[in-house]
Ligand binder design. Structure first.
Ligand SMILES: Nc1ncnc2c1ncn2[C@@H]1O[C@H](COP(=O)(O)OP(=O)(O)OP(=O)(O)O)[C@@H](O)[C@H]1O
Ligand SMILES: [Mg+2]
Length: 251
């Protein structure tokens, strides 16, 4: 790439369609996320938010359209896919840590197996990341010995261990007790400030207002609004967004 070529968007989806049987769950989705941008995805249950995340990570095949990460179209399968998938870190509602491995081993595993780094290097990096998410002192424990908030922070450290270009978060705080939500949001906010490109599905409106550069509102498989948080929360344009905000802000 020459210096004159503008950098491609970090995530680009063009005319993406996805069906589950007859159900059309992503309808001609067009959207881009610039590098360093934090985009919060909102929308009612069943609107396609998780499917969009999974499609970006190729955990879910799409029926038509194109998805590219950092300018590279996602191949359907094979070695190239494994490499591109490693560029995209994903954190889910359920932490999915390996129960029989220590916290440290959970974070070291993928770099050792996929990136083939030395164990000394993997350990050093894992400890740095555990430090960064505030749980280095728990490194030798097992997941079940940690609180939900701590486990989710391990899951974030584990995703970061692969040096991803993008982080996808699908309702990372929805399974947590209320008192643990903030500690996870704080880690995410720090990550955003450091310039990580992030796509975040969340019901945490405070996070959306404070940390997001953009809010994307989905309804029935479509992107209905794509605006600044300020604009979305104070002057939503569509009836669907107004209805959604009415429900979520008053409950
Ligand atoms: N594996 C699947 N097989 C069939 N239908 C599915 C599958 N996964 C999701 N769906 C359907 O696709 C639609 C979109 O689901 P998706 O999980 O993406 O919604 P969502 O916006 O993430 O909802 P929620 O807020 O409840 O997490 C829903 O109607 C859902 O029932
Ligand atoms: Mg979902």
């Amino acid at each position: 790439m020459t210096a004159a070529t503008p950098a491609p968007p970090m995530i680009k989806a063009a005319a993406v369609n996805k069906f589950f049987g007859d159900l059309h769950v992503l309808k001609e989705i067009d959207f881009e996320v610039e590098r360093g941008q934090v985009v919060v995805v909102l929308g009612p249950s069943g609107s396609g938010k998780s499917t969009l995340c999974r499609a970006i990570n190729r955990l879910e095949p799409i029926n038509s359209g194109e998805i590219a990460v950092d300018g590279k179209p996602l191949p359907a399968e094979g070695k190239e896919l494994a490499a591109l998938r490693a560029d995209v870190g994903m954190v889910f509602q359920s932490f999915n840590l390996f129960a029989h491995k220590s916290i440290l081993d959970n974070v070291m595993l993928a770099p050792l197996k996929v990136r083939k780094v030395s164990s000394t290097e993997a350990r050093k990096k894992a400890m740095e990341l555990l430090e960064r998410v505030g749980i280095a002192n728990q490194a030798d424990k097992y997941p079940a010995q940690l609180s939900g908030g701590q486990q989710q922070r391990v899951a974030i450290a584990r995703a970061l261990a692969m040096n991803p270009k993008v982080m996808l978060f699908d309702e990372p705080t929805s399974a947590l007790d209320p008192e643990m939500v903030q500690e996870v949001l704080d880690v995410m906010t720090d990550l955003a400030k450091e310039g990580m490109t992030m796509l975040v599905v969340t019901h945490e409106m405070g996070f959306a207002r404070r940390a997001a550069h953009r809010v994307v509102f989905m309804s029935e498989g479509e992107i209905v609004e794509d605006s600044s948080p300020e604009e979305f929360f104070t002057a939503p344009k569509s009836d669907r967004a107004k209805d959604f905000l009415g429900k979520i802000l008053t409950h």
